[in-house]
Design a protein around this ligand. Sequence first.
Ligand SMILES: Cc1cc2nc3c(=O)[nH]c(=O)nc-3n(C[C@H](O)[C@H](O)[C@H](O)COP(=O)(O)O)c2cc1C
Length: 179
Amino acid sequence: MKVFNIAKADKNEIMTEVFKSRAIAVGSPTVSNSILSSVAGWMEFLKQLKFKNKKAAAFGCYGWSGESVKILQEQLKGAGFDVIDENIRSQWNPEEEDFAGIPALVTALIGEEEAEDEEENDSDGKSAKYQCGPCGYIYDPEKGDPDSDIAPGTAFEDLPDDWCCPVCGVSKDMFEKVK
Ligand SMILES: Cc1cc2nc3c(=O)[nH]c(=O)nc-3n(C[C@H](O)[C@H](O)[C@H](O)COP(=O)(O)O)c2cc1C
């Protein structure tokens, strides 16, 4: 499984991965009763490529009205994808119960056997390194971040929400998993 941030990644690179994949999941927050403009632009690109025989799911976060998931599902259908009903809609930031819905969504997308393989591959997720987008610093869970009292062995996911890049000071959400 590969994860991309549509707003930051090379649009053609993501599309190449869609081409190679049997299934995709696209997410967006609800913004002004719609989807994020960067996602909307990419969705138009996706439609133009007329993919066939691929499954898709939608997920998103919202504050009050939450139209993004429905809009994404409709656009994915319009782009020729076989869209599954399973979706994840998180109010504000995802909570435990939202994460709990992921296995069912993944199984509906790629089947039970492959979903289990994905889970096994992900068991090393706790040792995954993450790179800071702006400055390139790499967080290595084996080392932790002694300057911020983060003990060696702390997974990136377990860092406190207010943890910042020790080099340039940006927040956790500016980091991408190192593949
Ligand atoms: C400019 C702006 C417009 C938004 N419009 C909507 C909206 O129309 N409906 C809604 O449910 N949430 C709306 N939201 C809330 C976002 O969906 C919410 O902030 C986001 O899902 C949570 O991510 P965050 O923690 O990064 O803000 C809006 C947020 C912003 C900043």
